[in-house]
Design a protein around this ligand. Structure first.
Ligand SMILES: Nc1ncnc2c1ncn2[C@@H]1O[C@H](COP(=O)(O)OP(=O)(O)OP(=O)(O)O)[C@@H](O)[C@H]1O
Length: 941
């Protein structure tokens, strides 16, 4: 087994966490149209790194996140985890189990994990290179891919052969190497352009530096020759002066008088010359400073350009960091809102849970009470039934007793009647006589009343009335006495034994008591029966109530589980969001820090720009001042030279006058003076020209040096050379060193790039050669297998694969020729739907024979096959299922029955997919699909 399990959360129609456990062999994925089966295939493709939204049947990548239904809100994240068994090391990892997870947020961010570690998409892709699995491999075959395999473009089906040949990795490596080659070529061009530019400067500076060195050397030689000439002159002057001094001592007195005036001239000229020297020094120093300031101006301008560029870079950096911070802030706010919303949801869920708990407890309590009540009532029913049983026994014995008493009464009556001589005729006679007498009495009383009323009208006296009354009462008394005697006779006729019988101790009273007792007993039994019936009915009602309570409790448990799951889900989501929030806060702080740092750099750069601009301003001011001063100085120097020339002329005139005025003996003194002046002139001129005292070099006078004419001729030659050199860049050596460093660096870089280019060319050639070998080997095998597999699946016929461009196997398309049995070799587009599927399957299985993919998902590729072809298809599939794991989405019953495991997808709630488990069973000798409750399920369900 390769695929172990798949977990989806928030992916397409699977908003709740759903887990699928895969098994070895063939697994069928069942379910009605639109329930989400293909979404599971999409999830497998997606987690393996699919980037094409078209392949995932989505407009944009965020469309894979659950979009909501009428009753559910859309989710913000989708996540799919795939656990793969790697015990056979199909993947280049040591772990026996590999988990790949991909997650996408509605904001567009995407994350990949390999065994819980965050990785890049590239790492996931590399993992599946040349395994037959992965984004562009042949492990997942759907209708769309069949179209791609059989499409009119032969190039579109290359991917199968490349994956089987195991050159997908090489292809990526080759593309990568070619990309690098293009980059290297670009870099070479760039470096060559820069190097060309730098070389020009390099050559110029090299020449300038060489010239500057020669100039310095010539200058040194000139100086040395000048020293030697001056020292030689000085030496000859000194020797001559020594000679003249001896003569001078002799004529000193005459000479001394003229010397004072000559000395004055000399001093004056000396003073003027001294001033001229100082002015010359000033000019040199100003010119040097001007040259230095020019260099400084150039340096500052370059620095200013650099700073301006940096300023723009920092500005851009700051803007980018600010924008990023704002974006993160928006994300943080949105996530915070979502956390608040989720916390509110959790609070509501907790309230619902508490309420549900209370309701469940209440129902549990009612259930217990009802159960106790039923039990009590059952006990009562039993007691009542016992009582009735007892009453039944009592009633039987009472009935017996009453029957016996009836018999006794009849016997007693007969005996007593016989004993008393009572007859009904006698009794009737006595009764008639008594009644007659009473009637007579009533008539007498009525006559008397009538008579009395008549008397009252006649006005009879009360005495007569009283007498009449007394008479009547006497007569009445007699009648009553007669009635009494008649009554006694009647009484005597009555059977007295009846009184005995009905007396308290009498048999009839006894029977009546027993009848009464029997009546009570029956009444009590009836009451008990009614009570039992009532209690039974009551118990039935209570049992129903109990069932209702139990149903309510189990519903509440289900609801409770749902609420707890929702609460757990919401909590997990909140903690996930909180983790993401912490991460985003760090990122936000980083972005702010970056923005602040950029701002600081902006301030610093602005400060630097201001300071360089100020320096540049100062330098320019200084240059202007110096140029003005230099101009003034030239004027002063020319004026000073003119004055010296004038003075010199005056001194010469003075000498001439002295010559004329003094005698011949003073001539020597004059000569000595002249020599002294010459000696001084040598020192002075030397100092004027070189700014150094000739005295420093006097020790060289003892060395042997060439003659003055030789020295002067060489000096002249050196001077000419110096004059002929033109402008000399004094900074050329330093500038050359700088540009040389840059030139050497770029040359080395160019060499490295050429070397890298050569290496890449070699790598690409090697990869291509190896890829070609592998491709051709696999292609030939697949072509051979395809012919056989086609014949097997079609039960005959002919099929061929041909390379469109055999000279370019790495780019060439592959043509498929398919001829089902009995038909002409035909174009693929003329094949029927079923023939197309079978041809694609033949190619797939032909490829599997060369390089089996560890698993294979087939999405409704059997849809167009008839029963006969399904049979062929299943027989081949069975064979391949021994080596690979197959997951088939199908609506075909034969395919389902041919699989070992069934996985059902359903939508109990509209728009929300979930998994159900099915298995194959046997009812009345027929293979059927059963659900967990052992009920029959049809494919359409
Ligand atoms: N992002 C999404 N959110 C919610 N539902 C989605 C989303 N994307 C797709 N669906 C839904 O998934 C369903 C399609 O699922 P699927 O194509 O996997 O079905 P099926 O079981 O393969 O169907 P059939 O047997 O017809 O091929 C559609 O109803 C569609 O609305």
């Amino acid at each position: 087994m390769f695929l172990k399990s798949l977990e989806l959360y928030g992916f397409k129609s699977f908003p709740d966490k759903v887990s699928l456990e895969f098994a070895d062999g063939i697994t069928s994925l069942l379910g009605p149209n639109g329930c989400g089966k293909s979404n599971i295939v999409d999830a497998i493709k997606w987690v393996l790194g699919e980037q094409s939204t078209k392949t995932l049947r989505a407009g944009k990548m965020e469309d894979v996140i659950f979009n909501g239904t009428d009753n559910r809100k859309p989710l913000q994240v989708a996540e799919v985890s795939l656990v793969i068994s790697n015990e056979e090391h199909h993947l280049p990892l040591d772990d026996p189990e590999v988990e790949i997870k991909r997650r996408i947020f509605r904001t567009g961010e995407s994350e990949y994990y390999l065994n819980k570690n965050r990785v890049l998409l590239k790492n996931i892709r590399e993992l599946f290179f040349d395994t037959g699995v992965g984004k562009s491999a042949y492990s997942i075959l759907e209708q769309g891919k069949i179209d791609q395999i059989l499409s009119s473009k032969p190039e579109d089906r290359r991917f199968i052969f490349e994956e089987a040949a195991g050159i997908s990795r090489f292809k990526v490596q080759s593309q990568e190497a070619e990309r690098k080659l293009v980059r290297t070529d670009e870099n070479i061009l760039q470096v060559e352009t820069i190097l060309k530019e730098v070389k020009r400067t390099y050559e110029t500076k090299k020449n300038q530096a060489a010239k500057a060195i020669s100039y310095r050397e010539l200058k040194a030689e000139q100086f040395s020759l000048e020293v030697d000439v001056q020292l030689s002159t000085l030496k000859s002057f000194l020797l001559l002066r020594e000679n003249k001094i001896e003569q001078k001592q002799r004529s000193e007195e005459a000479y001394a008088s003229q010397r004072g005036s000559l000395t004055e001239f000399d001093q004056e000229i000396e003073q003027l010359q001294e001033q001229l020297r100082s002015l010359g020094t000033q000019r040199i120093s100003k010119q040097t400073e001007l040259q230095r300031l020019d260099e400084a101006t150039k340096g500052r301008s370059d620095k200013l350009d650099l700073l301006t560029q940096r300023f723009r870079d920092f500005l851009q950096q700051k803007d980018q960091a600010g924008a990023r911070a704002e974006l993160i802030q928006e994300h943080i706010e949105r996530d915070t809102d979502e956390i608040d919303q989720k916390l509110t949801d959790i609070a509501i869920l907790e309230e619902s849970i508490e309420q549900l708990q209370a309701e469940t407890e209440q129902n549990q309590k009612s259930l217990e009470q009802t159960r106790t009540l039923i039990s009590n009532q059952n006990t009562e029913i039993l007691d009542l039934e016992d009582a009735n049983n007892r009453f039944n026994a009592d009633s039987d014995s009472l009935s017996q007793r009453i029957k016996e008493l009836g018999d006794v009464i009849v016997v007693q009556l007969e005996e007593k009647l016989k004993q008393s001589g009572y007859t009904l005729e006698n009794k009737e006679k006595a009764r008639t006589a008594l009644l007659k007498s009473i009637e007579h009495l009533k008539g007498r009383i009525a006559e008397e009343q009538t008579f009395l009323a008549t008397l009252k009208q006649t006005g009879i006296s009360s005495e007569d009335l009283l007498n009449r009354q007394a008479q009547f009462q006497g007569a009445l008394l007699k009648d009553l006495t007669q009635v009494q005697s008649l009554f006694d006779s009647y009484e005597a006729m009555q059977p007295t034994f009846l009184d005995e019988l009905i007396s308290d101790e009498g048999t009839i009273s006894e029977k009546r008591r027993l009848d009464q007792e029997m009546g009570n007993l029956r009444k009590q039994m009836q009451i008990n029966r009614e009570r039992i019936a009532y209690l039974r009915e009551e118990n039935q009602n209570l049992t129903m109530a109990m069932e209702r309570y139990q149903e309510a409790i189990s519903d509440q448990k289900v609801a409770m589980n749902q609420l707890l799951t929702q609460k757990q889900g919401a909590k997990e989501w909140v903690s996930k969001l909180q983790r993401s929030l912490t991460e985003q806060e760090y990122q936000y702080k980083d972005a702010l820090k970056l923005s602040e740092t950029a701002q600081e750099r902006i301030y610093e750069t602005q400060e630097d720009i201001r300071s360089v601009e100020a320096e540049l301003g100062q330098i320019k001011e200084r240059i202007a001042v110096l140029n003005a001063e230099l101009k003034d100085l030239v004027v002063v120097i020319e004026e000073q030279s003119r004055i010296i020339r004038e003075k010199q002329e005056q001194k010469n005139t003075s000498y001439e006058q002295l010559q004329t005025l003094r005698t011949e003996k003073e001539k020597l003194e004059l000569q000595i003076d002249q020599l002294a002046t010459n000696i001084t002139g040598v020192y002075t001129t030397f100092f004027e020209n070189y700014g150094k005292s000739l005295k420093e070099f006097e020790n060289r006078m003892e060395d042997e040096v060439p003659d003055i004419p030789v020295l002067k001729s060489r000096l002249e030659e050196v001077r000419r050379k110096i004059d002929g050199m033109g402008y000399i860049n004094q900074m050329a050596e330093e500038e050359y060193a700088e540009v040389k460093e840059q030139y050497d660096f770029l040359s080395k870089q160019l060499d490295d790039l050429y070397r890298a280019k050569n290496d890449l060319d070699t790598v690409i050639t090697q990869i291509k050669t190896r890829s070609e070998e592998l491709f051709i080997a696999s292609y030939k095998q697949i072509a051979h297998n395809f012919q056989e597999m086609f014949r097997r699946l079609f039960g005959g016929g002919k099929a061929e694969l041909t390379l469109v461009d055999p000279d370019n196997v790495l780019e060439s398309g592959i043509d498929i020729l398919a001829q089902p049995p009995g038909k002409k070799l035909t174009h693929l587009s003329l094949l029927s739907g079923g023939e197309r599927s079978m041809t694609a399957v033949a190619l797939l299985f032909a490829t599997y024979q060369v390089k089996p993919s560890p698993f294979c998902v087939l999405d409704e590729i059997d849809a167009a096959l008839d029963d006969r072809n399904i049979g062929y298809f299943l027989s081949v599939l069975d064979e391949f299922a021994m080596k690979s794991q197959f997951i088939i989405i199908t609506h075909n019953k034969h395919t389902v029955m041919g699989s070992q495991t069934l996985l059902g997808v359903t939508q109990m709630e509209p728009g929300v997919s979930s998994m159900v488990s099915y298995k194959i069973g046997n009812v009345a000798g027929e293979d059927v699909i059963l659900n967990d409750d052992q009920e029959l399920v049809t494919i359409e369900e």
